[in-house]
Design a protein around this ligand. Structure first.
Ligand code: APR
Ligand code: PHB
Length: 389
């Protein structure tokens, strides 16, 4: 088998890159370790930056998002002293789109099917060969048969646990990491959202977040110790703890119901540099992980795809490699800005096990500043809605 761009991973990064390349007349083959059903069963964040929304429109996969998604002009921050709103629209004239990542992935699959794209599922033992040469190729097993895929370029869109990052020799790679001493327990429920916009809560018992998917689907999170297990949390215990951390007026009217998904995710910041090795490019979670505070994961994947797509398009259509040569540096500049923002949001809103009274006061003062100082709100809003590509 031969293709121009071999893509490992059919998450949002791999599918969006494949869609844009196919639309530009560049051939791809996508290799995915899991089944399509498994990929579509993963629940992830649901806040899209304007840049990401524009990319989905450019890729021709935005019809349902434009119909069913909910544009949000602001969000709430809550402390024991009360809650206040940050208006993104007033601060920087922009908004975000609330639309689940699972739905984005579903729309991408439908668009890829319509184009007749090649996506192989349940693929095993993917190995990248000769990435640092002019003729890279992949080997893998599909349906019990060993196969070879020759290509011009390899896009490693295979997430944090994929093979692509590890293919880059360790003496070429530098990794940066911060692991946070807590996790998020998330619950999805068929209930009306607690408020019309997201509420991020700083509370002495720990962080909490009220988010949503649509009028009858809510997504909530509470900070929990890393030692907690999902089985430790009955639905009743979850709702009781969530209500304690939410503003009292919101807790009083909050609709509760059975969870339809419940999981615990650890929080981590991670970046690997560089994101290119020869003809292999790392994209999305394969190269970086952000803690979910601020919902930057999918949005960073979209900006990586933007830079790589432009580079590959220029290579095939304009005969210049400037775009692919600057991919890693351009992507990393934006990634570090989002790393800083996600770390800052996480640090400002969570209770750390070793948090001193001094740390606590600084945290409160930080939130107070956002409430009172326009420049602080503008900085937060610009980062939340997404820095320009
Ligand atoms: N071979 C083939 N496929 C693989 C392999 C492998 N060795 N390893 C991983 N994969 C697949 C995974 O099964 C997954 O479907 O790669 C895909 C990677 O998808 P994501 O983890 O979703 O990563 P990405 O597409 O970069 O998305 C970034 O979406 O998943 C969220 O938290 C993530 O929000 C972030 C954004
Ligand atoms: C979500 O809706 O799942 C979500 C929203 C905002 C975040 C994180 C997760 O910061």
């Amino acid at each position: 088998m031969r293709t121009q761009v071999a893509i490992i991973g059919a998450g949002p990064s791999g599918l969006l890159l494949s869609q844009l390349l196919n639309k530009a007349g560049i051939t791809t083959v996508v290799l995915e370790r899991q089944s399509r059903e498994h990929v579509l069963s993963r629940i992830r964040a649901g806040v899209l930056e304007e840049g990401c929304v524009d990319m989905l429109r450019k890729a021709g996969v935005a019809d349902r998002m434009d119909k069913e998604g909910h544009p949000h002009d602001g969000c709430y921050l809550s402390t024991e002293q009360g809650k206040f709103r940050v208006s993104f629209k007033e601060a920087c004239g922009k908004r975000v789109m609330v639309y689940g990542q699972t739905e984005v992935t579903r729309d991408l699959y439908a668009a890829q099917d319509a184009l007749g794209a090649t996506i192989l599922h349940n693929v095993e033992d993917v190995v990248i060969h000769d990435a640092n040469s002019d003729s890279p190729y992949l080997t893998f097993v599909h349906g019990g048969v060993a196969q070879r895929l020759d290509c011009d370029f390899v896009a490693g869109c295979d997430g944090f646990h994929g093979v692509s990052r590890k293919t880059i020799p360790s003496d070429v790679r530098k990794e940066y990491e911060r692991v946070y001493p807590f996790g998020w327990l998330g619950v999805l429920s068929r209930t009306a959202p607690a408020a019309e916009e997201l509420i991020y809560c700083n509370h002495p018992r720990g962080f909490a977040l009220a988010s949503m998917r649509n009028e009858r689907l809510s997504r909530y999170y509470i900070q929990v110790p890393l030692t907690d297990k999902v089985e430790d949390w009955s639905d009743d215990a979850f709702w009781a703890e969530l209500k304690r951390r939410m503003p009292p007026d919101v807790a009083a009217t909050m609709e509760t119901g059975p969870s339809i998904e419940k999981s615990i995710a650890p929080l981590r910041s991670f970046v690997t540099e560089p994101m290119r090795w020869g003809r292999l490019f790392l994209v999305g979670d394969a190269a970086h992980i952000v803690p979910p505070t601020g919902a930057k994961g999918l949005n960073l994947a979209a900006s990586d795809v933007h830079y790589l797509f432009e580079g590959l398009r220029q290579h095939y259509h304009d005969g210049t490699d400037d775009g692919i040569d600057s991919y890693s540096q351009k992507a990393l500049t934006r990634i570090w800005a989002a790393m800083r923002f996600s770390w800052w949001m996480t640090t400002m809103l969570h209770r750390f096990p070793d948090q001193s009274d001094f740390d606590q006061k600084v945290q409160e003062s930080e939130l107070h500043q956002i409430q009172r100082v326009e420049a602080a709100r503008v900085t937060m809003a610009l980062n939340y809605v997404g820095l320009p590509y």
